[in-house]
Design a protein around this ligand. Structure first.
Ligand code: AMP
Ligand code: MG
Length: 313
C-alpha cells in the first residue's frame, strides 16, 4: 500500500479520544487523490483479489475473526458495498447479518443478544448490515422505541445513551481481547445525494422494491440522525475498535476505501497458513507414498464399480 493511500485511510478514522464535528470535518463527496471511477478501478480490483488471498489464510489459521459493521442512512450504499467488496471471497468463510426492527423475541432479551449470536467464529468474516449501534441511533432519534424494550423504569433515564456507549465500548474491548477484530464503517452520504438516489428508486421500476414511505419519514429526521451519529462517534471510536467515516456520495470511492481498510487491517495481522510439525510432515509423506503405491487389489473402487455395473449404491 502506498504512503499516500495509507494517509488517506488514516484521515477517515475518527481519532479516539478527540471530539469531531461531523459536518465540518468530513465531506461526503471526498475522493482523496483519485480523479474518477476509472482512475480507481485498478486499485479496487487489486483490493478485492488481495482480500480473497487474505481470507484464505484467515480461515486456515483459525485464530482471528473479523467483524465488519456497516452503519448509514438509507441509500448510502451499504448493500452494494458489501456485494462488491466481498465479491472475491469464499462464501464459506463469510456471514452477513442484516439487523432490522427487532422481533418480539429479540425485544425480550438485552439489546446485544441478537448481535452476540451472530458473531463470526474464528477464521470467519462476519458482516453486520446495521448493528447494536441502532440502539443509540434510530432509538435515540425515536425514543418511543424504548417503550417496547421492557426496560425497568429507573433505567430509562437521561443517562441511558451514555450508559449504552460505555456498554458498547466494553463489549468491543471484550471482542478484541478474544481475537475478534472489529471494524466500523459509517457510509457518509449527503442529504442531496440521498434525494437523488431515492428519486431513482421511484423512477426506475427495477429499483422500486428498495423504496418505502418509511424512508421519507426517516429522511425528515436527517439532521437529528447526524447529531446522534456525531455523538456516537465521539463516544465509541476507540483504539481497539475505531470508526471510519467513509465518504459515500461516490460509490466507487466508498468501495475503494472500504476494501482498502479491510485489506490494511488484515495485513497488520500477519496472517499465515498453519505450518506442520516434522512428525506431521513425516506422516503426510508416508500417506503420499501409500497412495502412490496403491494397487488395484480387492476393495479398490474401480473393481467395486465394475461388479455393480458401474453404479454406486
Ligand atoms: P433496512 O436496513 O432498510 O432494511 O431497514 C431496517 C430498519 O430497521 C431500519 O429502519 C432500522 O432503523 C431498523 N432497525 C434496526 N435495528 C433497530 C433497532 N435496534 N431498533 C429499532 N429499529 C431498528
Ligand atoms: Mg431501508
Amino acid at each position: 500500500m502506498t504512503k499516500k493511500m495509507d494517509n488517506l485511510l488514516d484521515s477517515l478514522i475518527v481519532p479516539p479520544g478527540k471530539q469531531i464535528d461531523l459536518r465540518n470535518d468530513y465531506d461526503p463527496g471526498h475522493i482523496g487523490h483519485f480523479m474518477s471511477k476509472e482512475d480507481a478501478g485498478e486499485a479496487i480490483a487489486a483490493g478485492i483479489s488481495l482480500l480473497s488471498l487474505q481470507q484464505d489464510k484467515l480461515y486456515a489459521q483459525d485464530t482471528y475473526a473479523l467483524l465488519i459493521i456497516f452503519q448509514a442512512m438509507d441509500a448510502a450504499g451499504k448493500d452494494s458495498t458489501i456485494k462488491h467488496v466481498m465479491s472475491g471471497v469464499n462464501p464459506q468463510g463469510v456471514q452477513v447479518t442484516s439487523f432490522k426492527v427487532p422481533s418480539v423475541e429479540e425485544l425480550d432479551h438485552d439489546y446485544l443478544w441478537r448481535n452476540c449470536i451472530a458473531l463470526p467464529r474464528r477464521g470467519d468474516i462476519g458482516i453486520f448490515n446495521r448493528s447494536y449501534y441502532e440502539e443509540v441511533l434510530v432509538v435515540r432519534v425515536h425514543p418511543e422505541f424504548l417503550d417496547r424494550q421492557h426496560l425497568p423504569p429507573q433505567l430509562r433515564d437521561r443517562n441511558i445513551w451514555t450508559r449504552r456507549f460505555e456498554e458498547i465500548n466494553n463489549f468491543e474491548k471484550y471482542l478484541a481481547d478474544n481475537g475478534i477484530i472489529v471494524l466500523k464503517f459509517f457510509l457518509y452520504v449527503s442529504k442531496e445525494e440521498q434525494k437523488k438516489r431515492f428519486l431513482q428508486r421511484v423512477d426506475e421500476p427495477d429499483k422500486n422494491w428498495k423504496f418505502s414511505a418509511a424512508d421519507i419519514r426517516e429522511r425528515a429526521c436527517f439532521e437529528d440522525y447526524m447529531d446522534s451519529y456525531e455523538d456516537m462517534f465521539n463516544h465509541t471510536s476507540t483504539i481497539h475498535a475505531p470508526w471510519y467515516i467513509i465518504p459515500a456520495d461516490h460509490k466507487w470511492f466508498t468501495r475503494l476505501a472500504v476494501v482498502s481498510v479491510i485489506h490494511r487491517t488484515l495485513d497488520r495481522l500477519h496472517l499465515a497458513y498453519p505450518t506442520v510439525t516434522s512428525e506431521e510432515k513425516e506422516a503426510l509423506l508416508k500417506a503420499k507414498a501409500e497412495m502412490e503405491n496403491e494397487s488395484e487389489g480387492p476393495g479398490s473402487t474401480r473393481k467395486e464399480e465394475k461388479r455393480s455395473g458401474g453404479k454406486k449404491a
